[in-house]
Write a protein that binds this ligand. Sequence first.
Ligand code: BTN
Length: 319
Amino acid sequence: MKDKILKELYEHQENHISGEYLRKKLNVSRTAVWKQIQSLKEEGYVIETMSRKGYRLLEQRDEILPGGVKFNLNTREIGKEIKYFDTIDSTNTYSKTIALEVPHGTIVMSDEQVGGRGRLGRNWSSPKGEGIWMSLILKPGIPPNEGMKVSHIAAAAVCKGIREITGLEALVKWPNDIVINGKKVCGILTEVAGELNEIHYLIVGIGINVNNIDFPTELEEKASSLLIEGKKKYDRKELIVKIISIFEKFYDSFIKEGSLEEVLRLCRQYSALIGREVVIIKGGSQEAAKVLGMTDEGFLEVELSDGRIEHIFSGEVSV
Ligand code: BTN
């Protein structure tokens, strides 16, 4: 019930909503509404209560407008061109259609995706106004098998960016999910087009659950948002600017100096898996293992139950 009240408060931020309205909408007593409001206040939500008017959540709406991002970015190339949509099927799918014509570093972002795609053919829930749904179009002159490293760069940048802006203990769950308190708040889908020896373009799709207040039932146990974990709403523009700036720094040192040092250091320091017992899911089979570390190539180093050491470069790991 608390989540539903919170949702109503967010949806009516411009004006107060009465206890009577909430009572009827949720089919509960006024005392129950009042108790939930108190509980939300205790959790840190700032809610104004006015007699005869009701309740109002005292936070500003944040809009992602391309200018708000672009004019605050101090990057050299990434984000110099931004294509913004109110709604789109998938920023990754659209990016593929324009990748060859637009400059390296172009960003496609949308306030909502109606056909958001995740790894392993899954869907990615991308509700309007709640998250960061964006794709970076990159043209690095590297062989396709190096593409995975750019995914690690993105994961390290998102993890560091979230930590700096929110203070939350974001961790990297290999290969490139970001989790907080064991729940996924960000996924990265990297897609490559090219030939055997060179990438034509690479699309790094980043989905961050920022201000989501709830999730479809099937995701509830595994997914979370920065708002749920931090108990406050975050400015999506500020996060985007921070993450892109960090990403460009890491990306430049990889492309210009071949160095992934800082990225690997972060992925190891903030790993959600190193030292833990996990299950490796490969195709149809599952195998228990202990995670020992991450190699300089970005592979996950694990010890299987029979003592064999393996380096895993793709697939999924569950804890
Ligand atoms: C995952 O399965 O963890 C990856 C999710 C990636 C979602 C992002 S949202 C922006 C971009 N557009 C998409 O359709 N997917 C990626």
